[in-house]
Design a protein around this ligand. Structure first.
Ligand SMILES: CSC[C@H]1O[C@@H](n2cnc3c(O)ncnc32)[C@H](O)[C@@H]1O
Ligand code: ZN
Length: 434
């Protein structure tokens, strides 16, 4: 790949100041080589950023990308009823081809809205990795183990699969895929399996990602059965640590917040999903004040119902203020930091900032829209006013994956058509009329 110059725009720097600069990308390494005075460097390929703001590619810290196939399939229910009555029955019919088609659709949606990296929990993960490879984005993937409702042999096989997939796929797609060991949650994976498999994940040096403290219904059974709060139980199982990030972290008390901070465990905050399923409000201000690294995730498109991280950023600021009952809580700078550097830190890659030596994962936001006028404060705009559709170009690992709103790595109309067909056939099978 030849060097690339992202030229003529303003640039969001790691300290969240904005300056006019050109960004030089090293085509060999896929890293940012220089952030230079405008007009002082040149490269064989140019990306026009005039009237634009160059920002780090956004990081979606928790999703189930193939659930785009179930967007709008079941709404307006709380988590347990939604999963048990609607989602799990239809997911039982999912094929590997369905998952690949759904993953491609979700990735196109993310590229179009400036997301260059995502963390995913699902199954048939090799096919999600194939989609990631073709699309040119970055992802942390894993096979999610669930043991409830399974006999011992099937439960152990599912946990073993989570370990095997994490070991096998790490480093795929030219290093753009990393992996995690993934127990689904503390209530859907039995204690005996966690006691057996978490040490194996630790021995293999795998990172760990699981749903935690999402609803009250998930907290109470753990307190009843184990006599401690969920994250204390997780700590006893050696699930917490620098290499762990949990999804949600809504119903956490002060001692659990301290435990997250003391162990270096991160949180992927999913505000839209938490609001839609009426799960509750995560104490984001308190988490950040305690020193917990917080990223932002969309969760799946069936509980959101889109994968636009800009929506999520705005929701995170709004609900963060409401949860803290303080309009100054979770300010614009905090949510912009969370969706860039915070997410990159959780996922464990060197990105989330426009600076020399960092991964060249970038988005260029078109500032010419009426809803972005005037431009008193571009960090405010990123938090409260920019929409996914304002993204003009997306770059990942130094490669332009969307130029002038055209996705270059995947055929968008074919992806949409294929996903629609798979979604229709899937629902037909699940409802017994295929
Ligand atoms: C077995 S793959 C992952 C599993 O998680 C389910 N899921 C989607 N959204 C949520 C959520 O908010 N909390 C818990 N589990 C969720 C998904 O449907 C898959 O079955
Ligand atoms: Zn989830």
């Amino acid at each position: 790949m030849s060097d690339l110059l992202v030229a003529g725009g303003q640039v969001l720097r790691p300290d969240l100041t904005v300056e006019r600069a050109d960004v030089l990308v090293d085509g060999e390494t896929g890293d940012i080589a220089d952030v230079a005075e405008p007009g002082t460097v040149d490269a064989p390929e140019t990306l026009d950023a005039s009237d634009g703001l160059v920002i780090p590619g956004l990081v979606n810290a928790h999703t189930h990308v193939a659930m785009t196939l179930l967007r709008g399939y079941a709404d307006d229910k709380p988590l347990d009823a939604w999963l048990q009555e609607d989602i799990w029955p239809v997911e039982a019919e999912l094929t590997a081809d369905d998952i690949e088609a759904g993953a491609e659709l979700g990735i196109v949606e993310m590229i179009r809205s400036g997301t260059t990296a995502f963390s995913d929990m699902y199954f048939h993960v090799d096919r999600i990795a194939d989609a990631v490879e073709r699309a040119g984005v970055r992802a942390v993937l894993g096979h999610t183990a669930v043991t409830v409702g399974k006999d011992d042999e099937a439960a152990r096989a599912d946990c073993q699969r989570s370990l095997d997939v994490a070991n096998e796929l790490d480093g795929a797609a030219d290093g753009r895929v990393a992996t995690t060991f993934q127990p689904h949650s503390l209530t859907t994976v039995g204690e005996e399996y966690l006691r057996e498999f978490v040490p194996k994940a630790r021995e293999a040096d795998l990172s760990i990602h699981f749903h935690a403290n999402e609803t009250e219904n998930e907290v109470d059974p753990i307190v009843d059965e184990h006599g401690v709060r969920p994250l204390e139980y997780a700590d006893d199982l050696d699930l917490l640590g620098e290499d762990t990030y949990v999804a949600h972290g809504v119903h956490v008390d002060e001692a659990e917040i301290d435990l997250l901070a003391d162990t270096g465990t991160g949180v992927a905050h999913c505000p839209a999903s938490n609001m839609k399923l009426a799960s509750g409000m995560a104490p984001v201000q308190a988490l950040r004040e305690a020193g917990v690294t917080v990223g932002i995730g969309t969760d799946g498109a069936a509980s959101n119902n889109d994968l636009d991280a800009f929506d999520e950023v705005r929701d995170a600021a709004m609900i963060g203020k409401l949860a803290a009952e303080d309009a100054s809580a979770v300010p614009a700078e905090a949510v912009v930091e969370m969706v860039t550097r915070g997410g990159a830190d959780l996922l464990g890659f060197d990105g989330g900032r426009v600076a020399a030596g960092s991964n060249a994962d970038l988005a260029v936001v078109d500032l010419t829209a009426p809803h972005l006028t005037p431009a008193h404060d571009l960090v405010s705009h990123l938090a409260y006013a920019v929409r996914g559709g304002d993204v003009r170009h997306t770059v990942c690992d130094g490669e332009v994956v969307m130029r002038d709103r055209e996705v270059l790595t995947l055929d968008e109309s074919a992806v949409r058509e294929r996903a629609s067909e798979h979604a229709r056939d899937l629902v037909g099978r699940a409802e017994g009329d295929a």
